[in-house]
Design a protein around this ligand. Structure first.
Ligand SMILES: [Zn+2]
Length: 762
């Protein structure tokens, strides 16, 4: 018969080159995930000149050893096959050359007739005239079906061995070359590995007989087990999910390199899992961790949950979930304070105080529900005390801290305004994400310059933005790295030092955080439950602290971390540890502290001139009275009062016959008009024009009247509606049972000088 002869044209390159499916790798090129096309095929192409000789030889040995000598079809092989076929009575052997197989792979599949076979041979011969042998082999090795919808040697190398074809050893190359003959029969993930091993060993022998492999290497290879991955790579799933979701719109590149280091990633996963039982016993079913390289802001490891599965909501990415910050934001409050002129030696009052907000009154409590009286900033931050933090924020105003948290991208772009958080900013009301927190702490490690974290290798990093002064960043780092002010269970963790560390715990122990850094790395960990359920009293230090410790230890198996070094603008001074001021001869506890150059203490300590007592301002009267009545002796005294605290803290008297009936000098809102008082009394609670609403059925409410005095005064008298309520010594508080109506509340000294306010009870 006649056949139309088509002109010789180059085969459509589109036919030979399959569309590539993207592969996502770690920073060293180890595959994390191979995406599929819409028909669930995977195809990672390889340039012609990159296909290793070893792989070429293995496939030639297995499929077509005379490839370089035949014209596209192999007469000898066809004769051999014809004999086999006639013995079997049907076609069992294709006897196809690599060229023929290549033709078959892009021609539409028809019935395997003799005519089709002939067409294939003709086409192969044409192909050989158009392409070089190298081009044909390369096209073949890029298209060959290696089972499980994996096309090409690179794809199969990545999926079966987790490595690139260039990294294959002879045994692995022979294993891949064993597959094209019957990809399903020899399926590496199938139930008959012995079939594949037997075929592989035959390939190894062929390679030896062709002079491509030494007999010794073949022998060793034939004795080795079949070592393949259990499934296609599925590493760092939360990170890869996130990368795909953020880049799918733009189109994924064929090969993406992420910054993550798979070895470290696996180590972090193992470390988290090793804490699973311990945490589960405390009601915490999930954990997450991030490690960042401070120099580049590259994310080296990111583990979003214990396990990427439905168990305990494990598909949730815990590094991207918004959770209550607990105390983890306090370093940024204190950094703001330092940039506004305070120092690590600044004395802050750790005493209870009610703050007002639109939401009502807010009485912060320390984690251990203790009040320590006067504490310096170093201790307040190191021990993570809440009362001084809230007082400090109240003093500084929320604006600076709020804008710092926004600048560090801890708060989302659409975050509510300052008023929403109020003083809660100091104790971690905002909800934050672990990855953002790690980047914010890396800012401290980097001397105050912020950059967002980077997950794609080679991505142009953002220009660093200075958010905190170099000096404040160092001082905060030094405090966080000071083991002496850490809580005891953190001291017992045996951390690689020096390391700066902060822990955090949210309300009802919902979230436990531990975040910190060395000069080189930032490590952030979170423990809790994705459904927000509470844990059984698992504080940050105990929940996340041991994980943090293990991760740091893993980063520093030998040499300890490099020390944090102060910038040239930081100096040291010897100070009185009580007052933080230049020591006077009476000061007995001295210490060395860091100061920003030019902001060293200028004033001499005036608290330690007498008999070795520490004299406190009357702000501390309430705190000292409680301490005194609990029988806890100390050297604290109230400045300007009798050193005999029994005499100072006489028990408050209850209503008695009026001892003073004269008019009360009103200072009210206009202090300047109060004529000639030697003492000035200021009512701190309630405030003028406060309104109190009674609950239905309630007839009165109990208020604690509070006042403070400018100069020492032994007693003040409280009046309500010109009737004397009682006499009070320091701390001058008085309990008042307030009924319905508008009341005038007055506090006065024995001469009648004082202040009056009005409150309404409705
Ligand atoms: Zn002193």
């Amino acid at each position: 018969y006649y056949k139309k002869v088509e002109p010789l044209t180059r085969p459509d390159p589109g036919l030979l080159a399959l569309a590539a499916t993207p592969v996502v790798c770690d920073r060293n090129g180890i595959p994390l995930r191979l995406l599929t096309d819409e028909r669930w095929f995977r195809h990672v192409p390889m340039p012609e000149d990159k296909i290793p000789v070893l792989v070429q030889q293995a496939f030639l040995a297995a499929e077509d050893s005379r490839f370089y000598r035949h014209p596209g079809f192999d007469p000898l092989a066809i004769i051999r096959a014809a004999r086999a076929n006639s013995r079997a009575g049907h076609i069992v052997s294709g006897a196809s050359t690599i060229s023929q197989q290549l033709v078959k792979s892009y021609k539409k599949r028809g019935p395997r007739t003799l005519d089709a076979k002939l067409q294939e041979i003709i086409e192969s011969v044409r192909l050989e005239r158009l392409l070089t042998k190298e081009q044909i082999l390369s096209a073949y090795l890029n298209r060959v079906d290696l089972g499980n919808n994996l096309l090409g040697v690179e794809t199969a190398a990545l999926c079966y061995f987790g490595k690139k074809a260039t990294a294959l050893d002879p045994v692995e190359a022979a294993t891949l070359a064993a597959l094209p003959k019957a990809p399903t029969l020899f399926d590496p993930w199938g139930r008959h590995p012995e079939r594949l091993i037997s075929r592989r060993n035959w390939v190894l022998d062929r390679m030896t007989s062709l002079g491509w492999l030494s007999p010794a290497a073949a022998l060793t290879g034939k004795q080795s087990d079949l070592m393949v991955l259990l499934e296609p790579p599925w590493e760092a799933p939360h990170l890869v999910d996130n990368y795909i979701a953020e880049n799918r719109e733009r189109g994924l590149t064929t090969e993406a390199r992420l910054t993550v280091d798979l070895n470290l990633q696996r180590e972090v996963e193992r470390t988290l899992k090793s804490h699973r039982l311990r945490l589960h016993a405390s009601g915490a079913r999930q954990a997450a961790a991030v490690i960042i390289d401070n120099r580049t802001l590259e994310v080296l490891a990111l583990v979003g949950s214990f396990e990427y599965s439905a168990r305990a909501h494990g598909f949730v990415n815990g590094t991207k979930a918004r959770r209550s910050a607990g105390s983890t934001l306090k370093p940024f409050l204190y950094a703001t304070a330092i940039d506004q002129g305070l120092t690590p030696a600044t004395v802050l009052a750790d005493v209870e105080k009610a703050f007002r907000s639109d939401e009502g009154e807010y009485l912060p409590l320390n984690y251990d529900r203790q009040a320590n009286g006067p504490v310096n900033m170093r201790l307040a931050l190191g021990k993570s005390l809440n009362l001084p933090a809230v007082r400090l924020l109240d003093h500084l105003g929320e604006k600076g801290v709020y804008s710092l948290l926004r600048g560090l991208e801890l708060l989302p772009a659409n975050a509510p305004g300052i008023d929403y958080y109020g003083l809660g900013l100091a104790v971690g009301n905002p909800e934050i994400r672990l990855l953002d927190l790690a980047a914010a702490y890396a800012t401290l490690a980097n001397g105050g310059e912020f950059q967002p974290p980077v997950v794609v290798l080679g991505q142009q990093p953002a220009v660093p933005r200075r958010m905190i002064s170099r000096e404040a960043a160092f001082l905060i780092t030094d405090i966080l790295a000071d083991p002496l002010v850490r809580s005891s269970h953190l001291q017992n963790l045996q951390m690689p030092e020096p390391v700066a560390l902060k822990t955090g715990t949210s309300t009802h122990y919902r979230d436990a955080w531990a975040v910190g850094f060395t000069r080189r790395y930032t490590v952030a960990t979170w423990v809790g439950n994705f459904d927000g359920s509470v844990t059984a009293t698992l504080p940050g230090g105990q929940g996340a602290g041991p994980i943090f410790r293990d991760l740091m230890k893993n980063l520093y198996p030998g040499e300890p971390p490099a020390p944090f070094t102060p910038p040239a603008t930081i100096t040291t001074r010897r100070i009185c540890s009580m007052s933080g001021l230049t020591p006077s001869p009476g000061c007995r506890e001295l210490k060395i502290e860091y100061f920003v150059l030019g902001n060293e203490p200028a004033v001499q300590c005036g608290l330690h001139n007498g008999e070795g007592n520490h004299e406190l301002p009357t702000d501390y009267a309430q705190w000292l009275k409680r301490r005194h009545t609990e029988g806890r002796e100390s050297r604290y005294r109230l400045a300007g009062y009798s050193p005999n605290l029994d005499a100072v803290f006489v028990s408050t008297t209850w209503p008695q016959p009026q001892i003073y009936a004269g008019p009360v000098q009103i200072s009210g809102e206009d202090h300047s008009n109060a004529a000639g008082p030697t003492t000035e009394i200021h009512i701190t609670y309630p405030l003028d024009n406060d309104r109190y609403i009674l609950e239905p059925g309630q007839e009165s409410l109990t208020l604690r009247l509070e006042a403070k005095v400018r100069n020492p005064i032994e007693r003040i008298v409280w009046f309500v509606d010109t009737k004397e309520l009682g006499v009070a010594g320091p701390p001058y508080t008085f309990i008042w049972n307030a009924g319905r109506g508008r009341h005038r509340v007055q506090a006065a000294d024995e001469n009648g000088y004082g202040e009056m306010i009005e409150v309404t009870v409705e």
